[in-house]
Design a protein around this ligand. Structure first.
Ligand code: NG1
Ligand code: ZN
Length: 550
């Protein structure tokens, strides 16, 4: 009763915008920031309910990632540190679209009964709040706090301005009972990075590693955080551009990983002087990372190193460490077979999939969206997942990590300092460096740099692992994007009928052509992807498929 009146009173202070219908898409709710207050308030309620239900810490992140600065968004971090459980998404939709405070209260009470969630002053639910650098973040954060405070027994902890992966990491660490502050995050990253560098094989490499890296911070939170992190890194000189400082430019405007990957050009602030330098780009909330190299003296053309190629680098390194570790081992005697799996989506360049399979790796596909990739990767001892756009990470199962600890202790006493011992130590350091809650541009960047120094590669060697098939992405505006329904990890359209046949007949016109369409989960568009042996063919295939969709 007390709960109902508190809820009713606070909900009436956040009336929803008429005519706005939101859905919990690939990455939570996103819209123009001006219409989001009520949604964020309600997501605060939901995060509190999730925390009460699981008796664990949850999180609310306010960000619209790579979208324009006037947009914002909100999503829930589940107790595992990953995305909100998919079972609760329909409730999130219902709650956010409730027409008034009365309906909202009815929904909450009904859901609470169904999920058997108890409200009591003595109950303690804790919700960590984070936001990116968007100016609208401040008032939206306030709305989230009020939503949380309207649930009896729930407390909000404002963690301030953070990258999305930092907040996910904090929630994961808190629920494991580990140190989870922002400075713990930096300490874990920089110490495991140092550890990997200390384990680099002694043999002289053929190539002298360029220790300078220039990073495009998308004028967002990642640039700011990297400026801080880099101070504790020896052996790597990072120059951050588009770091979000006043006058450096607008968030995601001609900068950032999404722009670089989709447009295949250098971001603002990069030019001919950077030819030959290793460059990287983060997205607006620093959960995506791509690398690139400027190509031409009189333009902004680049060679792109996307998520697929970062994944390939990680996979090669891990495979090498596993084979060193197993060199003198008899698997049967050991009774432990390490499963290593790679997870991609239909957006992965066909050349990357071919390459990975040729390396003897197991490659599986899921629909777009981290929640699907992450889940699939968690079925392996070591699961590596990446979206082509640069979002990805590595998951190491608990049993495998425990096995590594045991092996490390064993080897430390019988073969200290052996290559085998060092391989175990490298994998342990990797498990601490990589953010196992979600894709993290900062942690990913440090792992790339450490592996790079380990391999003694030039950037050219990395680029030449395989050559991307030319590809093209388009967006098509349609009346109702949800009328397109796909199957088989989004590679085929099953509705409307006839569309897949049309795509097939367009694709058949191009040798090695591949094309698919799907409704975006974050924008009101249908996305078209095409791949072929030449850029002209890929463009033309994308255009003709787009015409069939429109
Ligand atoms: P949608 O809008 O559903 O395509 C985009 C990305 C996803 C994912 C989400 C979340 C592409 C083609 N799609 O989703 O991979 O990163 O945003 O940010 O890049
Ligand atoms: Zn992002």
């Amino acid at each position: 009763q007390e709960q109902q009146s508190i809820l009713l009173e606070s909900a009436s202070r956040f009336p929803p915008q008429k005519g706005v219908k939101l859905s919990y898409g690939t990455a939570g709710f996103r819209a123009d920031a001006s219409v989001l207050s009520a949604a964020v308030f309600r997501v605060g309620i939901l995060a509190a309910l999730r925390s009460l239900k699981t008796q664990s810490v949850t999180g609310v992140m306010i960000t619209a990632s790579h979208n324009q600065v006037s947009d914002n968004g909100v999503k829930i971090v589940d107790p595992s540190g990953g995305m909100l459980t998919q079972e609760w998404e329909p409730f999130a939709d219902a709650l956010v679209n409730a027409v008034d405070a009365e309906e909202l209260v009815r929904l909450v009470i009904a859901f609470q009964e169904k999920e058997k969630i108890a409200f009591a002053r003595t109950q303690s639910a804790e919700i960590l709040l984070g936001r990116d650098t968007r100016p609208s973040g401040d008032f939206l954060l306030e709305a989230a706090k009020q939503g949380i405070n309207s649930i009896v027994g729930a407390v909000a902890s404002d963690m301030g301005i953070l990258t999305t992966p930092q907040l996910h990491w904090m929630v994961q660490m808190r629920n494991k009972g580990k140190m989870a502050s922002e400075s713990d995050y930096y300490e874990q990253l920089s110490s495991s990075f140092r550890c990997l560098l200390d384990l680099i094989p002694k043999e002289a490499t053929t190539y002298k590693i360029e220790k300078n890296l220039v990073v495009d911070g998308a004028n967002g939170v990642g640039g700011e955080k990297l400026e801080f992190l880099k101070k504790s890194l020896n052996d790597l000189v990072i120059e951050v551009r588009n770091s979000g400082k006043k006058d450096e430019g607008i968030l995601n405007d001609g900068v950032g990983a999404d722009f670089v990957q989709k447009e295949k050009v250098a971001p603002r602030g990069f030019g001919p002087d950077d030819i030959g330098t290793r460059c990287a780009s983060l997205d607006g909330d620093a959960d995506r990372l791509v690398y690139f190299c400027l190509k031409s003296k009189n333009g902004n053309e680049i060679d792109l190193i996307d998520g697929d190629k970062i994944l390939s680098l990680f996979a090669l390194f891990i495979k090498e460490q596993l084979s060193i570790l197993n060199k003198e081992e008899n698997e049967e005697k050991n009774g432990y077979h390490v499963t290593l799996g790679v997870v991609q989506t239909a957006y992965a360049n066909g050349a990357s999939t071919d390459y990975l399979k040729k390396q003897g790796l197991e490659v599986v596909f899921t629909p777009t969206g981290v929640k699907y990739l992450h889940e699939k990767a968690s079925h392996y001892d070591i699961g590596i997942y990446f979206e082509a756009n640069g979002h990805g990470t590595i998951l190491l199962s608990e049993s495998f990590t425990n096995l590594l600890e045991v092996k490390n202790n064993e080897l430390a006493s019988i073969a200290k300092g052996s290559e085998q011992h060092r391989a175990a130590l490298r994998l342990l350091a990797l498990s601490k460096l990589i953010n196992q809650a979600v894709g993290d541009a900062l942690s990913g960047l440090l792992l790339v740099e450490a592996i790079f120094q380990h391999m003694g590669w030039s950037i050219q060697v990395w680029m030449d692992l395989y050559h991307d098939l030319p590809s093209k992405q388009l967006k098509v505006k349609v009346a109702d994007r949800k009328s397109i329904v796909t199957a088989n990890a989004e590679t085929v359209v099953i509705r409307p009928s006839g569309l897949q046949e049309a795509i097939n007949s367009e694709t058949a016109k191009f040798p090695h052509g591949r094309a698919f369409v799907r409704p975006s989960g974050t924008e009101d568009v249908v996305r078209v992807y095409a791949e072929a042996t030449t850029q002209e063919a890929a463009d033309s295939l994308a255009n003709s498929v787009a015409q069939r969709v429109a």
